[in-house]
Design a protein around this ligand. Structure first.
Ligand code: ADP
Ligand code: MG
Length: 392
């Protein structure tokens, strides 16, 4: 029997912490359902703030801003994991519906807590993270086992898109690497031989219903997501089953409500390892906007508001291609746009631009979802778009 739950119907005001592209898609999904949206983001030019019904331009810990948001909104979610736990707790104390809660977010925002959670027996159905060592202070440098080299040193907090990470070939390079990341708490992970990378996207409603999306296979360039392919072409039925089982265990043990993404590595010897958890919609789930019955952002809204979840069914194979600031021409002072007509003249290309005015190297400016009969046929045709945009 399903639990009866409180639900918040349109045109209620929903709040989103963070005004980047994830917040913008949340805003669009909420507005499509008839909700009003209030964005909190200090950036006056934030992509979500530009389209929200209300934009509070303030820091995520500013008491008067939080109070204003609590007065306007009946529920609050977040688009990024680095939101202060205190902020989420404040909204709970003000009686708002909040998802995700600070318990899950504080694990996901700290690689040390995250790894310890993922490696706790039963939490991930027996799947472990890469072997690692925690470095809190200088004395810990001397205690790292040599089998972790070559390794990757990752800051415990605030890393994304490969930032806050240094490759460490040998134990003698560790001290310099730790200095390079600012002598902050970190984990040293063994560098593994990856066969392919998978992300699992899951949503859990307030009534405990859990829905899995099809797994995505991800290709990174320079530590930044480049392509996501769905259905994942390399995966076997057995690996898919194990990853889905682990994902369900993780979402339950985090007592999570909302959209959660878990990154997994599949190694060349077939072993599966957990990588990291994002307590929010994920870049690798953008394909759901065009290829699934319900997008990850609509699910975020539904879970937050206590509505029934929508179907996660894949309507069509899809490949998502990220568009970074690198492809914007830099020859003049004025911002010149890439040749979008050469993207839009392919009828199965779906272009999404995030409304960011300043293209920068490595900055996520938009993405294209290419739909087709199979990921194989899409990959055969995607090269034309990549070449047209000067990405090769
Ligand atoms: P971020 O928070 O920047 O996404 P990740 O930990 O996911 O950080 O690392 C980014 C990418 O670096 C991964 O998607 C993977 O391609 C590579 N990577 C990370 N950790 C390892 C590892 N232990 N072994 C091999 N490759 C790794
Ligand atoms: Mg990652």
């Amino acid at each position: 029997m399903k639990q009866r739950i409180e639900s918040l119907l349109p045109p209620a005001f929903l709040g989103i912490l963070g005004g980047g592209q994830l917040g913008r898609f949340f805003t669009q999904a909420a507005q499509d359902l008839g909700y009003k949206v209030c964005v909190l983001d200090p950036d006056p030019l934030s992509p979500a703030g530009a389209i929200a019904d209300k934009h509070i331009r303030a820091d995520y810990e500013e008491p008067s801003a939080l109070s204003e948001m609590a007065n306007i909104c009946q529920a609050v979610s977040t688009e990024f994991e680095n939101v202060p736990a205190k902020t989420l707790d404040y909204f709970v104390s003000r009686g708002l519906l909040v998802s995700p809660l600070s318990f899950a977010v504080s694990i996901a925002q700290d690689r040390i807590a995250e790894k310890s959670f993922l490696n706790t027996p039963d939490h991930a159905a027996g799947i472990k993270s890469a072997p690692y060592h925690t470095l809190l202070e200088e004395v810990d440098l001397a205690t790292v086992d040599s089998h972790l080299f070559p390794g990757i040193l990752k800051t415990a907090r605030l890393g994304y898109d490969g930032k806050g990470q240094v490759f460490v070939a040998h134990s003698r390079d560790l001290r310099a690497a730790w200095q390079a990341i600012g002598n902050v708490p970190a984990v040293l992970e063994k560098k593994l031989q990856l066969a392919y990378e998978i992300s699992a996207l899951v949503v859990r409603g307030r009534d405990d219903e859990i829905k899995l999306y099809p797994l995505a296979e991800n290709q990174h360039v320079g530590g930044i997501l480049h392509l996501s392919l769905v259905p994942a072409p390399s995966i076997t039925t057995e690996i898919e089953r194990k990853i889905n089982e682990a994902t369900i265990q993780i979402v339950k043990h985090l007592d999570y409500v909302g959209v959660l993404c878990i990154e997994y590595f599949v190694l060349t010897d077939g072993e599966i390892v957990t990588n990291e958890v994002a307590p929010r919609p994920h870049n690798s789930g953008h394909y759901t906007l065009d290829a699934c019955v319900t997008s990850q952002f609509e699910q975020q809204v539904r879970a937050l508001a206590g509505l029934p979840l929508g179907s996660t069914e894949l309507l069509c194979p899809a490949v998502m291609l990220n568009l970074l600031g690198d492809i914007w021409p830099t020859s003049t002072d004025e911002v010149v746009q890439p040749p979008w007509h050469l993207v839009l003249n392919q009828p199965m290309n779906k272009l999404h631009l995030y409304g960011k005015s300043e293209p920068k190297i490595g900055r996520k400016m938009g993405h294209i979802t290419i739909l087709g009969k199979s990921t194989q046929s899409i990959m055969a045709s995607i090269q034309q778009t990549i070449t047209n945009l000067g990405m090769d």
